[in-house]
Structures are given as structure tokens and as C-alpha cells.
Design a protein around this ligand. Sequence first.
Ligand SMILES: [Zn+2]
Length: 178
Amino acid sequence: MKEKASIYIFDANIFLTGLDFNIIEATIYTTPSIIEEVKVSKFEEKNRNILNKINVAIESKKLNLKIPQNEFIIKIREISKKTGDFNALSEADKELIALTLELKEKQGGDIKIYSNDYSIENVCSELGIPFSSLYKDGIASKIIWEIYCPQCKNIYKAEELNKVCEICGSKIRRRPKK
Ligand SMILES: [Zn+2]
């Protein structure tokens, strides 16, 4: 028997990591307003690559944009008032949680929302929606990291992470490779 495909719902901060959608074995959903957030990000120049990846994923139906029905948005507004997260959540955040709830109730199966936003996590926990921040989950290991010196921008091998830059003496860090 074939298992029902997984559905992952992505927040803007997940798209901005630049991860490769093709290695994710799930159908991805988000809302049009989340894509708008990615577009207006202040790193727009750097994010052109990310927007290209998003467009390709939309064309191949790997990524689906959907506006949630109003009844689910109303429900999220009510619940976020109860948890105290109403003001911390943008309209786009509330729509994203509403979409997740709608997919969970209407399609069922393995549904999970990915975000690095604490208020989204809080509301999802109230609703019993599975939540994961990228860095707590296995997806993070699928990101290709670049090991680099934040000061002088020299690129290093993976083993050099957290060591000291031989050129300028700064601590060597990592970032998702675009
Ligand atoms: Zn350096």
C-alpha cells in the first residue's frame, strides 16, 4: 500500500535559508503573502536565486500557493488572542497557520509546518499542529553549508568550522550555501 504523501507548509524564514526543494520528499504549500514577504526581504539582491528556485518549484507543482478559507483565518485569530500571540503574528503568519489547519482538517495525512517563529510554534502547539523549526529537524542536515570567515570572507573546509581564521583570527562560521 502506498503511503499518503507528506505535506510541509513553509514560512518565509524557511525559504530564505535557500534550501533545495528537490531533495524534500513532500509536497510543499505556502500562501501568496509569504512569497510576498520573501520578495520584499531587504536582501532582495541576494535572494534572486531563492526566488528563481521558488518559481521553478511552483511550475513543477512541488510548491503550491494557496489562500486559506476565511473560516480558518477567523479561528486562528481567536486562538492567537487566547495564547497571547495575536500581536506578535503578522497577517501573513496567521494565514499560514490557517492554511495548515485547513489542509490538516480537509486532507489529513502527514502535515507539518516549518518556521523559525516562536509565536507560530506556540499557536500550533495549542492546535495540535506538528511544528518544526528547520534547525531542530533533519532537513537542516540537507542544507549544503558553506564554511567561511565572517570577517575576511575566506572560505574553509568543513573541518575548520568553529576554529580560528588563519588570516584574520576570527571564529570560522557556517551559512547555507546558495
Ligand atoms: Zn578571516
